[in-house]
Design a protein around this ligand. Structure first.
Ligand code: HEM
Length: 167
C-alpha cells in the first residue's frame, strides 16, 4: 500500500518538527529546574524521555524522507546536498545521545565522558534547525521563529540567573 505523495510529505515534515520540538523541550528542562519550576527528578526523567523521543521521531522522519522525497535513494543526494548533510549530522548526534542514555550500555561500551557528550544535544538542535530552514519547502517565517527560540534557549541554558523558587 503506498501513501499519497502529499500525505508522505506531511508525515515527513511532521515527524521532523516533532523531533525538533522534543529536542527543544529536553533542553528547556535544565533552566526550568534551575528556576525551581520542576524537580531534579522530573528533569532527569523527562529529559531522557524527550531525548529518546526526539531520536525516534528523527529516525522515523529519515525513513519517511528516504521512502518518499528521496525515492529510496539516500547516499547520492546526501553527498551533494548540504541541507541533507546537516540533517545527517544532527541524526547521527541524536542516535549517539540515544545510545548513551542507557547506563548499562554506557558501561559496556566504556564511554568515559558521556555526560559531556550530552552537551552535544544543543549542537544537534542547531544542525537540525539549519537543515529544516534550508529544506526546499520550509517556511522562512517558521525558521525565523525557531531561531529566536534557539537563542532564547541558549541564554536560558548558559546564562547566569537565580532561582525564583527555593526547593
Ligand atoms: C539523514 C538525516 C535526514 C534526512 C535524510 C532528512 C530528510 C528530509 C527531507 C527529504 C525533508 C524534505 C521534506 C520537506 O522539505 O518538506 C526534510 C525536512 C525536514 N527535516 Fe529532515 N532529514 C534528516 C534529518 C533531520 C533531523 C535530525 C531533524 C530534526 C532534528 C529534521 C527535521 C526536519 C524538518 C523540521 C523538516 C521540515 C522542513 C519544512 O519543510 O518545513 N531532519 N528532511
Amino acid at each position: 500500500m503506498s501513501l499519497g505523495i502529499f500525505k508522505q510529505l506531511w508525515l515527513c515534515q511532521s515527524t521532523g518538527y516533532l523531533a525538533l520540538l522534543l529536542l527543544f523541550v529536553s533542553q528547556l528542562l535544565a533552566p526550568m529546574r534551575r528556576l525551581g519550576w520542576v524537580s531534579p527528578k522530573f528533569h532527569l526523567l523527562w529529559r531522557r524521555r524527550c531525548g529518546i523521543g526526539a531520536a525516534l521521531a528523527a529516525s522515523l522522519h529519515v525513513g519517511l524522507g528516504w521512502a518518499g522525497f528521496l525515492a529510496h535513494n539516500l547516499w547520492a543526494p546526501l553527498l551533494e546536498t548540504p541541507w541533507l548533510q546537516l540533517g545527517l549530522v544532527a541524526w547521527i548526534l541524536l542516535l549517539l545521545l540515544w545510545l548513551t542514555s542507557y547506563p548499562r550500555l554506557v558501561k559496556l561500551l566504556r564511554v568515559g565522558h558521556w555526560r559531556n557528550l550530552h552537551r552535544l544535544a544543543m549542537v544537534a538542535l542547531l544542525w537540525g534547525l539549519l537543515h529544516c530552514v534550508l529544506a526546499p519547502w520550509s517556511d522562512p517565517r517558521v525558521g525565523l521563529i525557531l531561531f529566536v527560540c534557539y537563542w532564547v534557549l541558549l541564554g536560558l541554558r548558559f546564562g547566569k540567573f537565580k532561582p525564583i523558587l527555593k526547593g
